[in-house]
Design a protein around this ligand. Structure first.
Ligand code: ADP
Ligand code: MG
Length: 327
């Protein structure tokens, strides 16, 4: 069953040089209890995509398209109603825990903002629930920690506090923006395991933004690859990793992650992503692409179905797939 259906999501920032599209016509869906991965280089529009789903762009960002959540278009919902969804049914773990946490409120006060808004619990019951949440995310001495401020926690513990706040409303959908980047490997594993456990126990769905293909292979059923604000390839993790059809995906993968293999970060690809204010004609990837021909410089390839559940935006996807992985 589909929980979230995103169609033609577009995020525009208008600056002195005119409007730029940080997210340009993104469509995808996510089912109940499903974990999907969103990968791509820095600046490809992953964070803006997640924020756009809940209309949380910083000014001057504007969003268009539709984000249908259980039959309701969140982009058309009045702000007051959307506020009831945010932090409740749909929660977000932000990329920057320090900027997302409020420095002048204690951890309990921040968890309680969600509990007081989204539950009918008494104050005492909310305190008990906050302790449970800190326990759940593995924060030691949870009862004492309730009255501490964000700066009193280490980076890893702050990330856990963010997750506890996100989980306070028992979300049906968790938007997790690089929830483990900058944490050491042991804590990364614990936090990912926690997210998967919660999916198993609460049946929540997750959109996971990460740079780590090993994490995608271990936790996600499907993955979408973003380049310059668009999805350029998507499909099941098994099929996309085994046989990338987009030259960008092929470059990022480099080789197939194997079960039990150490973490494997996205490879860097020669060249740099295009500036949003100065997008190339045709396919945005063509300046970095070794498969390009005339048509790639003239026309933008549509994101088209190449097999059930498998989409790719490349005129030469058959040649790319035939070339195999590079090592
Ligand atoms: P990612 O998360 O994939 O690294 P982002 O989604 O953060 O990338 O950013 C995508 C693009 O949108 C970047 O080029 C970034 O500079 C631009 N962008 C993000 N937020 C703003 C903003 N508030 N104003 C102008 N441009 C922005
Ligand atoms: Mg980001």
């Amino acid at each position: 069953m589909t929980t979230l259906t995103v169609r033609d999501l577009t995020a525009t920032f208008t600056g002195p040089a005119g409007p730029v599209r940080a997210v340009d016509g993104v469509s995808f869906e996510i089912g109940d209890g499903e974990i999907i991965g969103l990968v791509g280089e820095s600046g490809s529009g992953k964070s803006v995509t997640l924020r756009s789903l809940l209309r949380m762009l910083r000014p001057p960002g504007t969003v268009s398209g539709s984000v249908v959540w259980n039959g309701v278009d969140l982009l058309a919902l009045p702000e007051a109603k959307l506020r009831a969804v945010r932090g409740g049914e749909i929660a977000m773990i932000f990329q920057e825990p320090m900027t997302a946490l409020n420095p002048v409120l204690t951890v309990f006060q921040q968890i309680d903002e969600t509990l007081a808004t989204h539950t009918d619990l008494s104050k005492a019951a909310r305190k008990a629930r906050a302790v449970d949440l800190l326990d759940l995310v593995g924060i030691p001495a949870a009862t004492e920690r309730l009255d501490h401020y964000p700066h009193e926690f280490s980076g890893g513990m702050r990330q856990r506090v963010m997750i506890a706040i996100a989980l306070a409303g028992e979300p049906r959908l968790l938007l997790a923006d690089e929830p483990t980047t900058a944490l050491d490997v042991t804590i990364q594993d614990q936090i990912l395991k926690l997210i998967v456990d919660l999916r198993d126990r609460l049946g929540m769905s997750v959109i996971l933004v990460t740079h780590d293909l090993g994490v995608v292979a271990q936790t996600c059923s499907r993955v979408a690859v973003m380049y310059a604000g668009r999805i350029v390839e998507s499909g099941s993790v098994a099929s996309l990793f085994a046989e990338p059809h987009h030259p960008y995906t092929r470059g990022l993968l480099g080789s197939v992650p194997r079960p039990g293999q150490e973490r494997q970060l996205l490879l860097s690809i020669d060249g740099t992503p295009p500036s949003l204010a100065d997008m190339p004609q045709g396919c945005a990837f063509h300046p970095r692409c070794s498969f390009k021909t005339e048509i790639c410089m003239a026309e933008r390839p549509p994101l088209a179905s190449i097999a059930p559940g498998r989409l790719v935006a490349c005129f030469h996807h058959e040649a790319v797939a035939a070339a195999g992985l590079s090592r």
